[in-house]
Design a protein around this ligand. Structure first.
Ligand SMILES: [Zn+2]
Ligand SMILES: [Zn+2]
Length: 318
């Protein structure tokens, strides 16, 4: 029944990210354009923040939002980016699965999709094929616009063959809604438990959802997007990378180390993006801590030769 299939397709697709009735290749060949239907989830995410008008605030809810911002930023930078995209350190298969599950709660789709888009960005940094280059396509498009274009939605599994060999990762990538659903339900339950057992904290299930899910995720989303937009516009260039990537302390603090983007574009394999001790890189410190605990290993550093490739006079390591 083609009519029924068409009617239900958006709902099936919302649950199954790999559901493309006409084929993923056809979607990838669609024009690069803003699509309102693709923008709706982002509109809901932002409008959800206005729920604070009705729920108000409490210290418990605000602290939860801040904790979730930083822990999930770690999931985006240290796990999605440095582990899944760049394989900058190793871990066990079970930890890899738990990392991926944790990453889903950042509400930035699945790890294989994230990695496939990001690897494409490194391959085509700031050329006409880069899906989020501010220089080529404008600031707003690089920040959020590209996420509303259907052609950027299918996961290019050819680009992540090293990850796609793990069926459990493909499963999580396909049903990435699991992460946001768990986060939403967990926050509602947490708020209900605090309301029942610690009424003095003055929180409620919906207040916890508004702060922990909507506000925290919206801020996390924009902070992550600054690495696609702002770090290709503002900051200093240490290396001649042939693209617009730059280093920014402010963005490094906001994103737990990702602001050292020019460093990263120059040498992508390193788990460390702040190349000097004064380049604060919280994700790297946590990765090193996980290494000391034996949870991750083979943490890749920056070879001495890389420092000497600096175009500014700053070649002494550490
Ligand atoms: Zn970049
Ligand atoms: Zn990268």
């Amino acid at each position: 029944m083609p009519v029924l299939k068409k009617l239900f397709a958006p709902f099936i697709h919302a649950i199954d990210s790999d559901y493309f009735p006409a084929g993923a290749e056809k979607v990838q060949g669609m024009p690069e354009r803003f699509e309102l239907s693709r923008a709706i989830p982002f509109i809901i995410l932002h409008l959800g923040c206005l729920g604070v008008i009705w729920t108000g605030w409490s210290w418990a809810a605000v602290i939860t939002a801040v904790v979730l911002y930083f822990t999930r930023m770690f999931a985006v930078t240290a796990i999605y980016h440095r582990y899944f995209c760049h394989r900058a350190y190793h871990t066990s298969r079970i930890t890899q699965f738990l990392f991926a599950l944790f990453g889903l709660t950042a509400v930035q789709r699945g790890p294989l999709w994230w990695a496939s888009v990001h690897r494409h960005h490194h391959r085509h940094s700031d050329d006409e094929h880069d899906v989020h280059s501010p220089g080529m396509k404008g600031f707003l498009w690089s920040h959020i616009g590209w996420l509303t274009s259907s052609r950027n939605f299918p996961t290019d599994y050819d680009r992540v063959k090293d990850l796609a060999k793990y069926p459990e990762l493909v499963f999580l990538n396909r049903f990435d809604l699991i992460g946001p659903a768990l986060l939403f339900a967990g926050l509602y339950g947490f708020g209900a438990a605090l309301e029942a057992f610690a009424p003095g904290l003055g929180t409620s299930p919906w207040q916890m959802v508004i702060w922990g899910f909507f506000i925290s995720t919206t801020v996390l989303f924009h902070a992550t997007c600054t690495i696609n937009s702002l770090t290709h516009c503002f900051g200093k260039k240490r290396f001649d990378t042939g693209d617009d990537s730059r280093n920014s302390l402010l963005l490094a603090l906001l994103t737990l180390g990702e602001g050292w983007h020019n460093n990263h574009h120059h040498f992508q394999a390193s788990a460390r993006q702040g190349f000097y001790w004064w380049e604060i890189d919280i994700s790297y410190y946590v990765i090193r801590t996980l290494g000391a605990l034996g949870l991750v290993w083979n943490i890749k550093g920056v070879p001495a030769r890389v420092y000497s490739e600096s175009v500014v006079n700053e070649s002494a390591p550490q």
